[in-house]
Write a protein that binds this ligand. Structure first.
Ligand code: 9YW
Length: 439
């Protein structure tokens, strides 16, 4: 069995990113995902910043070229490579009046982790100095307004009732596609007439039971159909879509990323914008805290269909570890996070957060967002804990996260108990976080 560590692991990770490089964007995975995904690209940029600051900037520039006039950053920017469904022909997003021209995108978004990448790019640029520093600074100051508009759009169009929670219109917007978080909301959906379709994701994985079922998939496509009928207009979609959920994890990311962007605003003389971003951060941090279940101590999503809380025992329950919050809340969350239902579960291969509690009765340890460990998410928690001053926690995650990757596969996700790499291998964001952990 291969055991790669240190430089050998970093070399292999860099090789993965080179292999998936399509020129001005990095494919999320070589065959399964031959396009740019929004939150993947930000984490990829974090890894690229360790190799080449200009290449990391290119990644973020490509993503920004796909920004909608509303401010939305779409969840997929399509390359010219075939082999992914649903592609641009299914989304037909270019027909929306607010879509960008000259680039093909999907019509939904993903969690706003991008400001975190900007911070990494700027820090890497300043560490190396010279043209790297100049380019990074020029990039941040010249694109600051675009990132601000992205955050503004999420804080307004996606929080129409001012709850401090970001509303999503498709499970894909959460980035945790088939998480049990969305089961009840999806169960209500009966797809209308759909154009015929052939899935392609199931061709690229060894075991189809790891992937969402066909019934789940039909619902995903039905929502796209509904969005198309509403011309991707936010107001029209809110009244017609079968899926509307306030996503606590995306909300936590918006909170902390708004603080990070506010810091950048202060550094680049954008004081007013920085104040606005801090207000957004405070509102969404409070929104996240308002979702806590006092019995379980976990954060919850809110189904906007009936305004019922969703109890899912999922990793999103630790949203406050990203958003931050008051000391009591964070202490309790850390205790649960490291405790026996989560990272301290005695049967885990590595002490890392799985997508569902390893003690949950509905756990499916090989199925996508219903049990496996996702390395980029471990990185995100590590980053968040460090950002809020919990250095020991962050170090523990880094060590366990690297131990999980020594097989050199850079899997999309991992079986929590055996540590087996699953889904796509050579997944870009997995390689990227390894590079950052190893730097
Ligand atoms: C899909 C690319 C994406 C991630 C998502 C993850 C999965 C599949 O892969 O989505 O077809 O969009 O759930 O978070 O961005 O890695």
């Amino acid at each position: 069995m291969t055991v790669l560590t240190g430089e050998a692991l970093a070399d292999r990770a860099a090789d993965v990113l080179r292999g998936n490089d399509l020129g001005d964007m990095t494919a999320a995975a070589p065959r399964l995902y031959p396009h740019m995904w929004s939150w993947d690209s930000a984490l990829i940029a974090v890894g690229l910043a360790r190799i080449s600051v200009p290449r990391a900037i290119t990644e973020m520039r490509t993503l920004l070229r796909a920004q909608w006039t509303t401010g939305m950053i779409p969840h997929i920017v399509f390359s010219d490579v075939d082999g992914y469904f649903p592609g641009p022909d299914r989304w037909r997003a270019h027909l929306a009046p607010t879509a960008p021209s000259g680039v093909r995108t999907s019509g939904i978004c993903q969690p706003p982790v991008h400001a975190i990448a900007l911070r990494h790019i700027l820090d890497a640029g300043r560490r190396s100095g010279g043209t790297d520093q100049a380019e990074a600074e020029r990039f941040i100051s010249s694109t600051f307004d675009s990132w601000l508009n992205w955050h503004r759009w999420l804080a307004t169009a996606r929080d129409p009732d001012g709850l401090g929670l970001v509303e999503i219109h498709h499970g894909w917007e959460s980035g945790m596609d088939n998480s049990p978080r969305w089961d009840d909301a999806y169960a209500r959906i009966t797809p209308g007439t759909l154009e015929a379709f052939t899935r392609l994701d199931t061709r690229h994985v060894a075991d189809v039971s790891e992937r969402p079922s066909d019934t789940e998939y039909a619902r995903y496509l039905w929502l796209i159909e509904q969005m198309r009928r509403a011309d991707y207009d936010e107001t029209a979609m809110r009244s017609s879509l079968d899926f509307r959920v306030a996503d606590v994890f995306t909300s936590a990311i918006l909170a902390v990323a708004s603080d990070v962007l506010a810091d950048l605003g202060d550094e680049f003389d954008r004081t007013e914008a920085a104040a606005e971003l801090r207000d957004i951060a405070a509102r969404f941090r409070a929104g996240v805290a308002s979702t806590i279940d006092s019995t379980t101590g976990l954060a919850r999503d809110l189904d906007r269909h009936d305004d019922e809380w969703i109890d899912a025992d999922s990793v999103a329950g630790f949203a406050p570890l990203l958003s931050g919050g008051d000391v009591d809340l964070i202490d309790r969350q850390r205790e649960i996070f490291w405790g026996p239902r989560w990272c301290g579960h005695p049967d885990l291969a590595h002490r890392l957060p799985a997508s569902l509690s390893p003690a949950a009765t509905n756990l499916r340890p090989k199925t996508y967002w219903r049990g496996p460990v996702w390395p980029f998410l471990s990185w995100l928690f590590g980053w968040g804990l460090r950002h809020h001053g919990h250095i020991g926690d962050a170090e523990a995650i880094r060590e366990a996260g690297l131990a999980q990757l020594t097989d050199g596969h850079f899997g999309e996700y991992y079986e929590p108990f055996t540590g087996e790499a699953l889904g796509s291998h050579r997944q870009s964001w997995t390689a990227a976080v390894a590079l950052d952990w190893l730097a």
